[in-house]
Design a protein around this ligand. Structure first.
Ligand SMILES: Nc1ncnc2c1ncn2[C@@H]1O[C@H](COP(=O)(O)OP(=O)(O)OP(=O)(O)O)[C@@H](O)[C@H]1O
Length: 236
């Protein structure tokens, strides 16, 4: 479904991705993990065509993404920071995004799921951070696309919204969707991820199941496994 071959990306002298190879088959939830600044967002943006690699190939459903736009219709994307003008009202924003995507969108059940009815007539500038994130989740999930990319989806969410989000992701996985998710919330990964991808120093340090990572690091939970990798690297 997504094939990443030998991808390199540098910003000036900062070599962020140094030969990333990754195959994501169709269906399932892939958690992309790694320390701050390890290149998770950069990798995701390469898949979306928002960042152009210096070297390497990326294919989505067999098609090279370079200079292509059509394939992006197959992807729903939640950015880490979504910047919409603050004077737009929630319902106007939802309408605008539906017009732009030119695809039928079903927002009604999502608005209910995240309890957003009282906020529909409010301007974005007047919403709390968590409420804005719920609106962004509605924008991401209201379209039916086979690939869903979420960059830090839990940001600012309260426990009720977290449960709603996990249930939503599981439901979409049951429908055969493929997820790429970055997060620093290890409990979230433990609860929902099928596979873990760990980026370190510009390369993939590990890809496989969560239990495989625990075995590789000799740890009992993901938080300790990640800490063990970091300290192993610092002492190497
Ligand atoms: N447009 C850009 N121009 C210059 N440098 C950039 C740009 N985008 C990212 N970087 C740099 O690339 C590196 C990787 O950033 P990236 O946002 O991909 O990391 P990340 O793993 O997603 O981090 P975090 O966990 O903090 O979200 C950082 O050093 C960042 O400063």
């Amino acid at each position: 479904m997504i094939q990443i071959d030998n991808v390199h990306k540098r910003f000036a002298k900062n070599e962020v991705l140094k030969g990333v190879d990754l195959q994501i088959p169709e269906g399932g939830i892939y958690a992309v993990l790694g320390p701050n600044g390890s290149g998770k967002t950069t990798l995701i943006k390469c898949v979306l065509g928002l960042v152009i690699p210096n070297k390497g190939d990326i294919r989505v459903k067999g098609q090279k993404v370079k200079n292509q736009w059509k394939y992006r219709e197959e992807i729903n994307y939640l950015p880490q920071i979504a910047n919409f003008p603050g004077n737009i009202r929630v319902k106007e924003l939802i309408g605008m995004i539906k017009d732009l995507r030119k695809k039928p969108g079903d927002e009604v059940s999502l608005i209910e799921l995240f309890g957003l009815e009282p906020f529909l007539d409010k301007k974005l500038a007047n919403l709390s951070g968590g409420t804005k994130q719920k609106v962004n989740l509605v924008l991401t999930f209201m379209f039916d696309s086979p690939v869903i990319i979420l960059d830090e989806p839990t940001s600012g969410l309260d426990p009720t919204a977290m449960i709603a989000l996990k249930n939503l992701i599981r439901k979409e996985r049951e429908a055969g969707k493929t997820f790429l998710i970055t997060t620093h919330i290890m409990q979230f990964v433990e609860e929902i991820a099928d596979q873990v991808v760990y980026l370190l120093e510009g390369k993939i340090y590990y890809t496989g199941t969560l239990s495989g990572l625990l075995e590789k690091t000799g740890q009992h939970d993901l938080e300790h496994a990640i800490a063990a990798i970091t300290s192993e690297k610092q002492h190497a």
